[in-house]
Design a protein around this ligand. Sequence first.
Ligand SMILES: N[C@@H](CCC[C@H](N)C(=O)O)C(=O)O
Length: 325
Amino acid sequence: MKVEFIKCHGSGNDFIMIDEMNESYDFSESERKELSILLCDRHKGVGSDGILFVMPSEKAEARMRMFNSDGTEAEMCGNGLRCVARYVIENLGKSEVAIETEKAVLASSKVAEIYPGIDTFSVAIEPVSFEVASLPMSVSSEQLIDESIPELSDKRTFTALSVPNPHIISIMDEVEQDELLKVGKKANHLPEVFPNGVNVSFVKVIEKNKIFVQTYERGVGLTNACGTAMSASSLVSTILGPNEVDTPIVVINKGGLVNCVVEKSEERYSIQLRGNGTYVYQSAVDINFENKEFHVYEKDFFNKENERYQELETYAQSQVGGGLS
Ligand SMILES: N[C@@H](CCC[C@H](N)C(=O)O)C(=O)O
């Protein structure tokens, strides 16, 4: 079977995007999982953090399903949703669209550039819940706000929330990647506490409304950026730290930066996540699901789009001080 795809990224969190709206691939569920494991492999495959399937929807202009590189499906993907929003916006010639995800239909639109020359897309990150049952997470309390999780660390405190995929966030003075890797691995081998796994983020507050976030992603490992994690981190550093609601929070990550606006209405939080949805190249793969063999065609690069993004990346790294280890 020949499958066409676009290689894209949001903040360096990279994806293989497959259009099932205009193409009738008719994948089975096991084929979607297989595609993710084979193609996301950075040594033998195309290499990416996950696969975005853009599908028809009865409730919205399109539906997104997102699979991690280990073949598991996530409830939501913020950086991926910006890429899908761009694809649907450009395909339909609209400036805003609604995208169906597992737990919600989410508003997405093209907005003012976050950096000169970078087409920028805003996606709604909701529903948000601090109930531990929503992750799910097994602890004796209903919420876990800035508390220790002894199984993970004896020196850090964490806040648990779903947006709606599961996250735990720890705010600290300096983010150490090796420590994040250790804690992230532990958290994802602790089914008695996190039966479905969890995304783990370390956050440094650089100044008011400016934070640095790095994430160990469930189903992937350390990534350049995780959109839902940056949204969750913006919210937690607003509740526990100096950030403000209704104000763009600059979130620096290893792959660049985004803006997050935390909103509160009738005691419910939501976040607007704004950033790039960059196309790197398009290509196709011939895949035989029986024997798991595949051949990737030549890459057709999008003209200079990713080179422009690299300017933003360089700018973002200059903003973080000692945050990158
Ligand atoms: N990178 C994504 C989140 C992808 C899913 C995550 N690994 C999970 O399993 O919840 C993002 O940008 O939000």
